[in-house]
Design a protein around this ligand. Structure first.
Ligand code: PRP
Length: 195
């Protein structure tokens, strides 16, 4: 199990001092991602289409890298980037900053890869958008899920961990673009975002 002390020793140049505690360790994540990989392989085993892992930048990159390493089937990868705008991140609309640019979408089973689901708006929008573009199928996998924060009715097809409404960072997740490189999911000290 990771401890904050161990992380401070191993990653002295990071801002590990800002982490209150480790919520999910690197080892726990790797084990769970392995289980997800087996579920995903099973789901697509009779499809015959290309399996496209579609990472949503930026938070998904670490989870995406671990997942693609653990999958024992051929996958292709691509990325999109979106942002929320309007009245805040939980009630705003979705704007596409980087679109999926390929002409074989109809031959792809798209698996959207996310680090976290909060309100559910990002994935609700993207699933409908990619279906409209003619994908053979569209499913979703998220490392973390905060169902208590939902403002729209949405459930992922595959989920790593369900977590309470903690302010979590690491393993791709940021606060003010920091902490993404931490190898675990940590809870940020409240004094950092309550200023
Ligand atoms: C986060 C996360 C999801 C989205 C989830 O991205 O990676 O894309 O928010 O929130 P929702 O369920 O309320 O739509 P963020 O906008 O923080 O961008 P980032 O991935 O670049 O950090």
């Amino acid at each position: 199990m990771d401890t904050v002390e161990k992380v401070q020793r191993e990653l002295p140049r990071t801002t590990a001092l800002d982490i209150e505690r480790v919520l999910i360790s690197e080892e726990q994540i790797a084990e769970r991602v392995g289980e997800l990989a087996r579920e995903i392989e099973d789901c697509y085993k009779t499809s015959g289409k290309k399996l496209l892992l579609l990472g949503i930048l930026k938070g998904s990159v670490v989870f995406m890298a671990e997942l693609m390493k653990q999958l024992r089937v051929h996958v292709e990868i691509d990325f999109m980037q979106v942002s929320s705008y309007g009245s805040g991140t939980t009630s705003g609309n979705i704007k596409i900053l980087l679109d999926l640019a390929r002409d074989d979408i109809k031959e792809c089973d798209i698996l959207i890869v996310e680090d976290i689901i909060d309100s559910g708006k990002t994935l609700s929008y993207l699933v409908e958008y990619l279906k409209l573009r003619g994908a053979a199928s569209v499913r979703t996998v998220t490392l973390l899920d905060k169902p208590s924060r939902r403002t729209v009715d949405f459930s992922p097809d595959f989920r790593g961990f369900e977590i309470p409404d903690y302010f979590v960072v690491g393993y791709g997740l940021d606060f003010d673009e920091k902490y993404r490189a931490l190898p675990f999911i940590g809870v940020l000290k409240p004094e950092l975002y309550e200023k």
